[in-house]
Write a protein that binds this ligand. Structure first.
Ligand code: PMP
Length: 304
């Protein structure tokens, strides 16, 4: 069971979470004409009277970018302010996750983006670890990630997540924690809600945008942190066989943070993961606003 935060933003106002309800005829429910974001916040460990949000600006920019594919113009500044108000109204006391979603809210039959009302809502829930931070097992999915010529992959579009859902259930029902999907070229793409990194011979490698990945904000953060630590980073295609014999593999995303991979299919990865652990520790310090070099990534929201 989820612990939802008590107040949601719905139809242009703040309402109790239970009162935020949509009609069964809502267009987005039928055609997946929606796009969403996901960001994390924590009470400041140094001062519980303030909340720390990680890279709010980037999350809002990406959602507005996604909204363009729905024929919906949304301003990142407006969204940022609504999210700050949302946090202040909810006064969270534990680590939490915010889910803003833009959608075709009109009651309509026939898939289309024109002449249909759009709207957006925001709600939140308490969230601890999404995946075990101590190491997870992954299956290579039998499902392939969509390709950009048939799906707008620069948006975080709800309809795409049928593939993630199929892959996740397939993985879990066959005894694994997570799934890694290949792209239509047969190269490593991403997990069901996380980007993939591997380490080989001290170098950090991750698929580039042309590999049909989502523009992950944690991915971007990890690349920046690694560069600043002097770890060589490379964005390039990764073969499945290279994934299986990597020195280290980890998944990263807002919900999962940095999740080390200990096994892929029948291949066991080395237990020693120095680069993953170094990045994990660094990212965790940054999100707690303990790292003076990354203060501009942290939005400090006072609760009084
Ligand atoms: N890929 C997919 C498919 C995702 O859903 C997510 C989660 N948003 C990610 C990657 C990681 O993105 P981020 O780091 O921005 O959460």
């Amino acid at each position: 069971m989820h612990n939802f935060l008590p107040i949601a933003y719905f139809e242009n106002q703040f309402v109790p979470f239970e009162n935020a309800k949509i009609s069964i005829a809502t267009h987005a429910l039928h055609y997946g004409t929606a796009a969403f974001g996901g960001m994390r916040g924590i009470p400041d460990p140094e001062n519980p009277q303030q909340i720390l949000l990680f890279r709010l600006d980037r999350h809002c920019q990406r959602l507005c970018q996604s909204a363009k594919f729905l024929n919906y113009e949304l301003s990142p500044e407006k969204l940022e302010q609504i999210i700050i108000d949302f946090v202040q109204k909810n006064q969270p006391t534990k680590s939490f996750y915010i889910r803003p979603l833009v959608y075709s809210s009109g009651l309509g039959i026939a898939p289309r983006l024109h002449n249909i009302e759009k709207n957006f809502f925001v709600y939140g829930l308490e969230m601890g670890d999404y995946l075990s931070p101590d190491g997870i097992s992954c299956r290579i999915s039998s499902w392939t990630r969509q390709e950009d010529r048939s799906f707008p992959l620069r948006g975080k579009i709800s309809a795409a997540y049928i593939t993630s859902a199929l892959a996740k259930t397939e993985a879990v029902e066959s005894g694994f924690d997570e799934a890694i999907l290949m792209n239509s070229q047969g190269k490593v793409c991403e997990a069901t809600g996380m980007n993939v990194f591997i380490v080989r011979k001290g170098k950090l490698i991750t698929p580039g945008f042309e590999q049909d990945i989502l523009e992950g904000i944690t991915r971007d953060s990890v690349l920046t942190i690694a560069k600043n630590l002097g770890i060589p980073t490379i964005e390039r295609p990764i073969d499945k066989s290279e994934l299986l014999i990597a020195d280290e593999v980890f998944l990263c995303g807002t919900a999962a943070k940095i999740a080390p991979v200990k096994q892929i299919e029948t291949f066991k990865l080395p237990e020693n993961r120095p680069i993953t652990e170094q990045l994990k520790e660094k990212l965790s310090g940054i999100t707690e606003n303990k790292d003076s070099d990354y203060k501009n990534w942290i939005y400090v929201i006072p609760l009084e």
